[in-house]
Design a protein around this ligand. Structure first.
Ligand code: GLN
Length: 430
């Protein structure tokens, strides 16, 4: 047992008693779902899985496929071109609404059916078979295993999905869908009928939370900017007409589907998925919404919440005596983004002795630096050197490469803290 599993099990146990909501039946096959089915899975950025309840029960992905196919189309078309065809506005409409922009017929919201149909049609391919193969390949790469289609659910939706075909025809007549409407709806129905488990969906969500890199398989599925964009669209549009309330209450990018699946991503932390078929009036799974609300409150996950994660970036700011000389040493660890770099530069400025002084920046524990962070750091180091300081940096990230663009890297770079300290304590000119 571990604390994460304990928390999930406690939530699972309590919310299992919730009896509200209704299983969707407008796709006849979905009506057979067990209303008591309830599984939770969570996958961390280290690729570890935690679960509560049956997390291996298969069900069809339905609308939870939308963000992943959106990410695929982003990679195919680029953000500007995709935006020309599909908007990014929370339309406040139900999932099956006729929600097209007046004049252009462009669907406003990629996370409801109209926008999702148009997005699927944009996936680059030589025909519908290849298009679906690419969709399935993408969903499988996100899940980290080969997925398949529930043919019965597919056939059931294909037989009854006139509203989605009508939406496709409307977009076609408005000029916002270039592909064939029947083929487009068919590919979309297959996409919705892809079979997953809560455990699969958690890996898929974790891959988005991890910037597009699957934390279990180590495979890069989509480019980082595309993962970030997809999460942003999920945050504003992922929960149909319940999206605003969701952002207030839970505050995580999420996506739900009519078969009772729901994913949420805590960027840089984990992906989580819940499966529970009974839906609320917006079409969101009741137990899943409650479970995510509890988790967000308990673990402080709201994206607007200041996590305080940055506090430990600078782990040391001290003066060290070496060979009778005083050296200012600043030590940092983890990832350098805006807040961390600001804290690091502040510590450095605070500790800088009068020139000519001796400084060591120990970045051997830094695992990654945003380009902006490396540039800012390089500018400060170049300035310290120009002012006559003897500056050594211990690092393994090769920050000096980024720095070399625009600033002569005149500080000394070492692979270890010890080597940097020894050099910093040496004779000037040596
Ligand atoms: N296949 C479903 C439909 O288009 C997906 C909708 C959903 O999950 N909200 O009706």
């Amino acid at each position: 047992m571990d604390p994460v599993t304990d928390a999930l099990e406690e939530i699972h146990h309590r919310l299992g008693a919730l009896r509200e909501g209704r299983v969707a039946d407008y796709i006849p096959q979905l009506a057979h779902a067990d209303p008591d089915a309830f599984g939770i899975a969570l996958v961390s950025m280290g690729g570890n899985t935690y679960r509560a309840g049956p997390a291996d029960t298969p069900f069809t992905i339905q609308s939870v496929s939308k963000p992943f196919v959106y990410a695929l189309a982003l990679g195919d078309l680029g953000p500007a071109e995709l935006l020309r065809h599909v908007g990014v506005e929370p339309s406040g409409n139900a999932f099956n609404a006729i929600s097209l922009e007046p004049g252009t017929g462009r669907p406003a919201n990629p996370m409801i059916n109209a926008g999702a149909l148009a997005t699927t049609a944009l996936v680059r391919a030589d025909g519908p078979a290849e298009r679906f193969a690419r969709v399935l390949g993408c969903l499988s790469a996100f899940a980290g295993r080969p997925l398949d289609v529930d043919e019965e659910v597919y056939a059931s939706e294909a037989a009854t999905g006139d509203r989605n075909r009508a939406l496709a025809y409307l977009m076609r007549s408005a000029g916002s869908l270039r592909a064939d409407p029947v083929e487009t709806a068919d590919t979309y129905f297959r996409q919705c009928a892809v079979r997953v488990t809560a455990a699969d969906l958690a890996v898929m969500a974790a891959t988005l939370a991890n910037g597009g890199l699957n934390p279990v398989t180590g495979v890069r599925v989509v480019a980082e900017p595309d993962a970030v964009r997809t999460l942003a669209v999920m945050a504003t549009c992922g929960m149909y007409d319940g999206a605003g309330q969701w952002l207030l209450d839970v505050g995580l990018p999420a996506k739900s589907g009519v078969s009772g699946g729901l994913i949420a991503a805590s960027p840089g932390r984990f992906g989580v998925a819940v499966h529970s078929p009974p839906l609320d009036a917006s079409g969101n799974p009741v137990r899943a919404v409650a479970a995510l609300g509890e988790m967000a409150r308990r673990f402080g996950l709201h994206i607007m919440h200041n996590s305080g994660l940055h506090a430990a970036t600078v782990t040391g700011a001290e003066r060290v005596e070496r060979a009778g000389r005083s050296i200012a040493v600043v030590t940092a660890q983890g990832g350098l983004e805006f807040t961390e770099t600001e804290a690091l530069l502040y510590a450095l400025r605070d500790l800088t002795p009068p020139e000519p002084g001796r400084l060591v920046l120990d970045l051997t524990g830094v695992s990654r630096a945003l380009p902006g962070a490396a540039t800012a750091l390089a500018a400060v180091l170049a300035d310290l050197v120009a002012r006559g300081h003897r500056v050594a940096v211990a690092e393994t990230l090769r920050l000096e490469r980024a720095a070399a663009q625009g600033h002569a890297p005149t500080w000394a770079v070492f692979g270890t803290r010890e080597a940097a300290l020894t050099w910093a304590a040496g004779e000037d000119g040596a």
